[in-house]
Design a protein around this ligand. Sequence first.
Ligand code: MG
Length: 175
Amino acid sequence: MRGPGFGMKIGYGWDSHEFKRGIPLKIGGVDIPHAKGLGGHSDGDVLLHAITDALLGAIAAPDIGTLFSPSDQRWKGADSKVFLSEALRRVKAAGYRIVNVDSTLILDAPKIGPHATVIRERISQLTAVAANCIGIKAKTPEGMGTENAAIAHAVVLLEDAPRGIRRKARKKPRS
Ligand code: MG
């Protein structure tokens, strides 16, 4: 008998990166014109990192920092879609698929509103989840004193994937 929540998993991820002058700003896999970008070992894509950790958390896999150590030269300047792909591969291999993703960005500037549709479409492309199942919200850090950082929170809901999908994902691709 199926009890409540059978075959479903929730995942939560959080990340922050500091703004630095003169580097490109990438959020949700989208290049956003701005005087400052997000520093970090990889491309600093705070939103993809939070979504990646939410996916990994949902299946109780090691977190992004454990799988892709900041001290590993391989990930220096890495495109964060590589991290997301590995989380997606693990979700498939565990026998799950994504129902929906929701997220909130907290940053002082730039305004995310004008870019939200493009970010949603990009994440839809990267995850193969319909754009109307991807929430992109943004707030300014009122009273938090985090004006020089971008913060991202993300939650994902997973459900049992139909049989057949999971078998292919079990093989680990060459890295
Ligand atoms: Mg990060």
